[in-house]
Unconditional design. Structure first.
Length: 451
């Protein structure tokens, strides 16, 4: 991604709408606070980073890596992934723990913990502090070794914890699969639920729905039928009086106003917000004794893949997909940048084999990268139940992928959509989960004798 590393001017806009210039030198500090996490890293933009969006996304991905792994980490010049560096450092230390330090190419120093949690939905001025000289928390090019050594303090210190029950919904759509784990297992106890969604028009609704599930807000009103396929759209068409060959056109006409009123919440693409929510995986859910069967829901407004990256979403196609189902394609018209999270690394660094992990995966073809990567790393065993829809894309083989999964981990319970699990949870069937029906006014019958 970074072809060459030279000083370059770049600016960053996190949430408050202010573009703040970064340093015109090789090293500059960039601080993000998230809960108890505070990291100051030295950054360098390459000569190719003349585009603001590209520069911002590069910084964001490295920041995500640092915060998600809960470690002091520096972006290497040619690779933003940290898994290989982590393994090498573990090998050097002779342990396999998830610690608080990583080897890096530049200076990194961990600030004292205990800073106030940053409000992910509020003003980010205090949450991100840009230093022009890079002196705070980074010694610069001449002091990299000393600063890097400080990053290893406490490395390998872990506390025993109870096994967790975790459900990961990769592709939440309209939140109609967020509770699918309840239909697949009757295991007692608390659950952690992590939902990911890439469509910018769906993200605001799911964000509000998760707040509702957590008891932090009212249930949002569904504006569109949550059709994930043409078949499901026909089912909703029956409810709204759209039948026959013109069901899509009929439904488009009925929900034209609702489609036009959909909006994109750009603040949901805040690197700080996404990092904070991914970081919740590092804090096991422990409900009070009176709520032992409770669940903690976390929504991550991002796509998933086999490596940290970004997706330029065509907003026109994304809106059209809401009525016909399917994924979103890249384009150069009206676009929105959506982050792609390195899901295998996030899974590996936050969960153990002792945890009970259920995954539903509907990621429009990314399964052909994510699942092989987990198999390559020998981490498929972190999953106990895998429900996935395999998309037949050019150069892919769904039968081979399924066979490889079963061969790599025979004990893994694998199900594909319509063959072992339903495409929506029992709370979200068309009869129970649809937009409000239109009110039809009828003239009152005229009473006899003028009464």
């Amino acid at each position: 991604m970074l072809d060459s590393f030279k000083p370059v001017a770049c600016s960053i806009d996190l949430q408050d709408g202010q573009h703040r210039p970064l340093a015109h030198r090789q090293g500059w500090g960039f601080e993000i606070r998230s809960g108890r996490l505070s990291r100051v890293a030295a950054w360098r933009c390459g000569s190719a980073m003349t585009n603001f969006q590209q520069c911002l996304m590069t910084m964001a991905l490295c920041t995500l890596t640092a915060l998600v792994t809960r470690m002091s980490v520096v972006c290497p010049p040619s690779d933003l992934r940290v898994a290989d560096t982590l393994r090498a450092h573990r090998a050097d230390r002779g342990d396999g723990s998830h610690g608080d330090g990583l080897q890096g190419a530049e200076a990194v120093q961990e600030h004292a913990e205990g800073v106030e949690a940053a409000d992910a939905h509020g003003d980010s001025t205090e949450a991100a502090d840009v230093h022009a000289d890079g002196t705070e928390g980074a010694e610069g090019a001449d002091g990299t070794d000393a600063a890097a050594d400080g990053a290893y303090a406490g490395y390998g210190e872990t506390k025993p914890r109870k096994p967790r029950q975790v459900y990961m919904d990769l592709g939440t759509n309209w939140a109609n699969t967020l509770r699918l784990y309840r239909d697949m297992t009757r295991r007692p106890g608390a659950w952690e639920v992590y939902g990911f969604e890439a469509n910018p028009y769906i993200q605001p609704y799911v964000d509000h729905f998760v707040r509702y599930l957590n008891g932090a807000g009212p249930k949002p009103v569904l504006a569109l039928p949550p059709a994930g396929s043409n078949k499901k759209l026909r089912t909703y068409g029956e409810i709204f009086g759209c039948r026959g060959d013109r069901v899509k056109e009929c439904m488009m006409e009925k929900f034209k106003t609702s489609l036009e009123q959909l909006y994109v919440n750009a603040s949901l693409q805040s690197p700080q917000l996404i990092a904070q929510r991914l970081g919740e995986a590092g804090e096991p859910y422990a409900p009070p004794p009176a709520q032992l069967e409770a669940a903690r829901f976390t929504f991550v407004p991002a796509a998933v893949g086999a490596a940290n990256s970004s997706l330029e979403v065509d907003l026109v196609a994304a809106k059209d997909a809401l009525m016909r189902g399917g994924g979103v394609r890249a384009s150069k018209t009206q676009t929105q940048h959506v982050m792609i999270i390195d899901f295998p690394t996030w899974l590996e660094l936050n969960f153990d084999a002792e945890d009970f992990v259920v995954i539903k995966m509907d990621v429009e073809g990314a399964e052909h990268q994510i699942l092989p990567r987990l198999m390559q790393r020998g981490k498929l065993g972190l999953i106990d139940i895998l429900m996935f829809e395999c998309h037949r894309l050019a150069g892919t083989d769904c039968k081979k992928l399924s066979a490889d999964i079963r061969s790599a981990h025979p004990k893994l319970k694998v199900m594909q959509e319509a063959h072992g699990y339903k495409e929506v949870d029992s709370f979200s069937t068309p009869e129970r989960y649809h937009p409000p029906l239109p009110i039809r006014f009828k003239r009152p019958r005229q009473r006899r004798n003028g009464r």
